[in-house]
Write a protein that binds this ligand. Structure first.
Ligand SMILES: CC(C)(COP(=O)(O)OP(=O)(O)OC[C@H]1O[C@@H](n2cnc3c(N)ncnc32)[C@H](O)[C@@H]1OP(=O)(O)O)[C@@H](O)C(=O)NCCC(=O)NCCS
Length: 353
């Protein structure tokens, strides 16, 4: 039995936040000292390192579950299925719903339950639950759906990644400029054709020294509201970790699939940092003693930033709908989906179209 993607959808928020809009932020270092560079310099360095020019934030009236439901509805429409026929709704996120102006997480009921309600699905046999796996959460949701379907427990799943990081970032931390909001979704279902769909996957969790690389911590500015906590990271450590570990996990998944490296047509990698992603792909190809083919790695980070769980499904949706310049996926193409993030977690899927 195989598992195939029959529909994709995404929600790209309308509000554009450009780098220039951070010019008036007061930035402090992790040790609470004010940064000595002026903001123009900080922003220029930021753009050079990450490739990010602008990012998208959700409008005040919407929550993460609203964005998830919009993306989910689009995937359902694209798959041309009856929503009542969905067996599982799996929503990946990190912070649940965060109301605008509050950074208190709301995950009760689960975001997936909220989405099921918003989609108007009545069938009680459609179970809805969340998955917390850092930025690789959506890829892990797809792996979970694949395993449930192949075990005969489910036939059709809706897997969504949705995040509103704009509501949990510290305005006094320059690393906050990386993050953005968005949602992406897929319908994945049973297929009798085992030559296509998800061929293989690999996942890993590293916690011995890595568990606090991305964490929940206080503002870089000492006199900020001391009770509020924000999304924080040790960026350089993540960078080094990702370069050392992600290529191996991708290789494990590819080896398990039996697909030769030359047949891989696209690698859709979590949009964390442009330079980091390029370095990961370079190391990955080095493992096969070959150079990186041109156009192998589509990027959306320059305009969309890092929307965590939403980056990979949004990228897939953009490409399949021919909304990403110079990139397409055709029947017969093998692709890799890969991600890295809080946990620290890593995963990869090999998918044959
Ligand atoms: C955070 C990150 C942008 C910092 O870049 P870096 O190259 O590792 O930064 P370093 O700490 O080595 O510092 C290099 C220079 O960049 C500057 N810098 C560091 N972070 C910066 C930021 N966020 N914005 C602007 N400049 C930054 C430093 O001041 C330093 O400047 P200098 O050379 O003039 O002294 C980068 O490490 C990164 O993106 N890491 C991965 C983060 C990630 O993927 N997070 C999400 C996981 S889901």
């Amino acid at each position: 039995m195989g598992t195939i993607i029959t529909g994709t959808g995404s929600y790209i928020p309308e509000l554009i936040k450009s780098n220039a809009q951070f010019l008036s932020n007061e930035f402090y270092a992790g040790n609470n000292d004010p940064l000595t560079d002026n903001n123009e310099v900080i922003i220029r360095k930021f753009k050079d390192i990450t490739g990010i020019e602008e990012r998208r934030y959700l409008s005040q009236d919407l929550s993460s579950s609203d964005a998830a439901a919009i993306a989910g509805r689009k995937a359902i429409d694209a798959a041309k299925i009856d929503p009542e026929s969905i067996d599982q709704i799996i929503v990946a996120h990190n912070f649940g719903n965060l109301a605008h102006g509050s950074n208190q997480s709301d995950m009760l009921p689960s975001v997936a339950s909220k989405v099921k309600n918003l989609l108007g699905i009545d069938n009680p046999d459609c179970i809805a639950y969340d998955i917390i796996f850092g930025c690789p959460g959506w890829v892990q949701g797809m792996i979970q759906a694949d395993v449930f379907i192949k075990a005969g427990v489910a036939k059709r799943c809706l897997v969504i990644g949705s995040e509103t990081l704009s509501r949990i970032i510290d305005p006094h931390d320059r690393d906050s400029m990386i993050y953005s909001d968005g949602a992406g979704a897929c319908i994945i279902e049973k297929s009798d054709d085992t030559d296509i769909g998800i061929l293989s996957h690999a996942s890993q969790t590293f916690t011995s020294v890595e568990s606090n690389y991305i964490y929940f911590g206080e503002s870089n500015k000492l006199d900020s509201n001391g009770t509020a906590k924000f999304l924080k990271m040790h960026g350089r450590k993540i960078y080094e970790f990702a370069l050392n570990k992600v290529p191996d996990a991708m290789k494990t998944a590819l080896d398990r699939s039996g697909i030769p490296i030359e047949k891989v047509k696209k690698i859709l990698i979590h949009q964390a940092n442009e330079k980091m992603d390029e370095a990961i792909i370079k190391r990955f190809y080095r493992l096969f003693k070959t150079s990186v083919p041109e156009g192998i790695m589509p990027m959306s980070i320059n305009k969309l930033g890092n929307s965590s769980v939403a980056t990979v499904p949004t990228l897939l949706d953009l490409i399949l709908n021919q909304n990403l310049q110079n990139h397409k996926i055709e029947e017969g193409d093998a692709i890799i989906l890969a991600s890295v993030g809080a946990g620290m977690n890593i995963n990869a899927i090999v998918y044959q179209f």
